[in-house]
Write a protein that binds this ligand. Structure first.
Ligand SMILES: [Zn+2]
Length: 175
């Protein structure tokens, strides 16, 4: 048990943390590559744990004086098609900004009144947790193959006439 604890602590240590406000005001940048297997919440959604993505986080201050983190992510993951339940490749591309706010101004913000989302200006922001959260928010809720490439569509065609009502229903659901 003792050994296991030490190993776990070491793993945690390897995860990068940033002081987000310092990071923004000094225009710092961090980049790297992350294995999907390091992101437990994401693993629940992915079709398999293989693969990785590259990321860059760049701090800055906009013309209004608002501090932000610009996040970009580039990779390829596999989701499960919600129509045929087979694997589907999904390009993981994010290019977004998050404004940094203190708790008071976060509380004062209304919903959806800004171009970008805001997060708490945390002095110990976990880079991987932040990336995982942003990726989760960006993924489609019900991913589906293009209809022509979906196994469910192939099955419908193979069954011919009697399945037509279902084909029509599937079409309606797409729109
Ligand atoms: Zn499918």
């Amino acid at each position: 048990m003792g050994r296991r604890k030490i190993y776990h602590a070491r793993l945690m240590y390897a995860r990068p943390f940033i002081d987000s406000l310092d990071f923004a005001t000094n225009g710092r940048e961090i980049s790297g590559e992350v294995q999907f297997s390091e992101m437990p919440r994401l693993l629940d959604i992915l079709e398999n744990p293989q693969g990785s993505f590259k990321y860059t986080i760049q701090g800055g201050t906009d013309s209004q004086g608002t501090n932000f983190l610009a996040i970009s992510v580039d990779g390829q993951c596999s989701l499960r098609c919600q129509r045929c339940l087979n694997k589907m490749g999904y390009p993981l591309r994010l290019d977004t900004r998050l404004f940094l706010r203190d708790q008071t101004s976060l509380d004062a913000l209304g919903d959806d009144d800004e171009e970008f989302d805001s997060i708490l200006a945390d002095m110990q922001l976990s880079v991987l947790d932040l990336l995982e959260e942003e990726i989760l928010l960006s993924l489609p809720i019900a991913p589906k193959h293009e209809f022509s490439a979906c196994q469910a569509a192939v099955d419908e065609n193979a069954h011919g006439q009697e399945k037509k009502p279902f084909a029509a229903l599937a079409k309606m659901k797409r729109n």
